[in-house]
Design a protein around this ligand. Structure first.
Ligand code: 4NP
Length: 156
């Protein structure tokens, strides 16, 4: 089983969107028994909460299932338990590296590293911008490229 974790700040806007979108892509590729998917936030404020209503309404619009998603905080063991850990922005990335310390970890990267032709490196935070559509476009493209990358590397 290949384990994939998406990380943002609150785990209510961007990373649950990435989790739900990537799960749909993985299911459509017939790989749901081979790739497991989760998300977490570096912050603790929204632990136990469902995704933000902006993320929910967008996922509803694109017919992406998010039932049962609840925010949780990233923990140290995540960096060794997951094979691919995708940060939404540079701040999340540095928090993950700090949590990892000198341990051997899964591959830690920014999600938009998988879209080298993107003109942004960080997924903008819609909690502050209000622009959930922009996040969906970026996350959808990056997740599909991530899936191709994982399939190549893991020979799925
Ligand atoms: P997210 O957005 O990291 O994409 O889930 C945020 C959600 C909540 C907060 C910040 C960002 N907050 O400060 O509560």
């Amino acid at each position: 089983m290949v384990r994939v974790l998406f990380v943002c700040l609150g785990n209510i806007c961007r990373s649950p969107m990435a989790e739900a979108v990537f799960r749909k892509q993985v299911e459509e590729a017939g790989l749901k028994d081979q790739i497991s998917i989760d998300s977490a936030g570096t912050g603790h404020w929204h632990i136990g909460k469902p995704p933000h209503e902006g993320t929910r309404s967008l996922l509803d619009r694109y017919d992406v299932d998010y039932a049962g998603l609840k925010a949780r905080q990233v923990k140290e063991e995540d960096v060794t338990r997951f094979d691919y850990i995708l940060a939404m922005d540079a701040d999340n990335l540095s928090q993950l590296h700090a949590l990892a310390g000198r341990q051997t970890t899964g591959e830690i990267a920014r999600l938009l590293d998988f879209v080298p032709d993107s003109n942004v490196a960080d997924v903008p935070d819609p909690y502050f911008t209000g622009n959930f559509d922009e996040v969906y476009e970026l996350v959808n493209e990056a997740c599909s490229r991530l899936l191709t990358y994982i399939c190549d590397r893991e020979q799925l």
